[in-house]
Design a protein around this ligand. Structure first.
Ligand code: NAI
Ligand code: MG
Length: 366
């Protein structure tokens, strides 16, 4: 049977960028004979409008069954005043939680044509291709006890950094597996100098390495030094694995090494399914961009590159993923760019659909 894909376009520019991914999916069917069983459903504000909840049980069940989920973006000003329990973001959080997507992959890849857009010097970022793996379902964002309590005559805000051995082990394995598909190098980041959870993190990552992945080159770095090294010379890294909090910061930092929010894909992976591949949700890093929604201005590349990640990690189509990424690179080099990728006056930006069409044309020529 064909590989299955659930598409959840969501709100704002979500459906606009997803329409361009649809063109790519059609191209793969027509020109490469690679057909997906695609179903589409609602998530976020549009699901709330239709059903009163940001994700229905039926959609949740569908997400659990398919080989991969591709999500656009959720949210928007229309939903800002909704009760927390039905906010659009809750739909996304429910997907992540119930699919148990503990491993968040954020590639920081610098297309040569966009090296000028980096916050860093061109030679520091040109050709950069690193992968940050952030633990996504545990750590200080979830640990108990938490809350704001009263102590004497003042308030105290409390969060707890808590990691079990098995939580560290599974994300470590995910990083080592990733490294084997890349250049076989992992750097693990924590603060073992000041945190108990950091000491355990370092120990468990080392143990998993020694027992199961001795062929992978492993190093350890304190996360603050890691932030420094990421901006000094990011090309020293290949795969970085880190906890939820440090990963939040380091992946945002790494993202800006490479240019626009409109270019950044992500994947969130869980435990292996019956077919041996992980449960997976792919999505652009950006949100629903209400300021440009409905104006044909959105850059569809982040969503297209998220689909490329799905090809690679869920469908075992690494060569096709590379083909798609090369098509995006060619379009950028040819100067077809949405407004977010232009910094000159007097150049007319490409529309969302012109950008998608250009990627399809580049695929045709590949
Ligand atoms: P945002 O990522 O939607 O937009 C930030 C800025 O980047 C805006 O100026 C926007 O126009 C621009 N931008 C974003 N994606 C772009 C693209 N593909 N092409 C061109 N320009 C792009 O973040 P913001 O404004 O903080 O949030 C807007 C809404 O999105 C909120 O409701 C927020 O909760 C939601 N959101 C949803 C996320 C998700 O679905 N995973 C992630 C982040 C925010
Ligand atoms: Mg963040």
């Amino acid at each position: 049977s064909n590989p299955s894909l659930l598409i959840l376009p969501g709100d704002g520019i979500g459906p606009e960028v997803m329409a361009e991914v649809r063109k790519i999916i059609t191209w793969f069917g027509d020109k490469r004979g690679i057909t997906f069983d695609v179903s589409e459903d609602l998530v976020g504000g549009c699901a709330y409008d239709a059903h009163g909840v940001p994700l229905t049980d039926e959609t949740m069940a569908k997400a659990q069954e398919v080989d991969a989920v591709l999500l656009g973006a959720v949210g928007g000003p229309k939903y800002d005043s909704l009760d927390f329990s039905v906010k659009p973001e809750r739909g996304l959080l429910r997907l992540r939680k119930e699919m148990d997507l503990f491993s968040n992959l954020r590639p920081a890849q610098c297309f040569d044509a966009l090296a000028d857009f980096s916050s860093l010097k061109k030679n520091v970022v040109a050709g950069l291709d690193i992968m940050i793996i952030r633990e996504l379902t545990s750590g200080v964002y979830f640990g108990e006890p938490r809350g704001i309590i009263r102590e004497g005559n003042e308030r105290v805000g409390i969060n707890t950094q808590r990691y079990t051995e098995s939580e560290i082990a599974r994300v470590a394995r995910s990083a080592f597996e990733m490294a084997r598909k890349r250049s076989n190098k992992v750097c693990s980041m924590e603060k073992a100098n000041v945190m108990e959870s950091g000491i355990l993190w370092r120990e468990v990552v080392q143990e998993i390495h020694d027992a199961e992945y001795p062929d992978v080159e492993l190093s350890h770095m304190y996360a603050d030094a890691g932030a420094m090294q990421l901006t000094r010379w990011p090309k020293q890294f290949d795969v970085i694995v880190t906890d939820n909090l440090f990963g939040d910061l380091l992946s945002d930092l790494a993202a800006m090494l490479t240019g626009s929010l409109g270019m950044l894909p992500s994947a969130s992976l869980g435990a292996p399914m019956a077919n041996g591949r992980p449960k997976a949700l792919y999505e652009p890093v950006h949100g629903s961009a209400p300021d440009i929604a409905g104006q044909e201005k959105a850059n569809p590349c982040a969503c297209i590159l998220s689909f490329a990640m799905a090809l690679r990690y869920s469908f075992d189509l690494g060569d096709e993923a590379t083909r798609l990424e090369a098509a995006v690179e060619k379009v950028l080099a040819d100067g077809v760019r949405t407004a977010d990728l232009l910094n000159e006056e007097g150049v007319t930006p490409a529309t969302t659909s012109q950008m998608g069409d250009a990627v399809v044309a580049a695929l045709d020529a590949s």
